[in-house]
Design a protein. Sequence first.
Length: 184
Amino acid sequence: MKTYNLSAQDLTERARELRAGDRVLLSGVIYTARDAAHKRIMQAIEQGAPLPFPLRGASIYFAGPTPAAPGMAIGSCGPTTSGRMDPYTPRLMDLGLIATIGKGQRSQAVYDAIVRNHGVYFCSIGGAGALAAQCVTQCEVIAYEDLGCESVKRLCIQDFPLIVAADCTGENLYDTGRANYRLA
């Protein structure tokens, strides 16, 4: 296992280096989107309408941040369960999305899309939303404001701590972790 300091904008080139279990301090621009936003993004794709952000090389954080406290860019912004976005993720990755960030196991279709597109799935620590907020330097609602905390936001992050949960070789910590546990 290695530790990387990476720019979100460099993930397209660097994702192939990452392996399940690696630690990453991610900096740069990422976007938030949860269930309702994913449905609208998919509708926009189907209708050929403009998307809230370019998918090519982008990273989506499955989070619904709370309003910012005074002096903060954002409120608590812990990850939500990634599996709820599994119906959308393979298509988004095929259209250029390079990384997703959340918590929990993903479907085989998502793992296959990660391999096919040389992407990555990062896990963020659940239950630590207030700590994650300290890594956010800017937050801007860019689409679907009517969805409240589930609107699409553009976040600028600095040294956001993540763990590679699934890599482009097909390895994922959920399968290897269970296998290692059975051997113990």
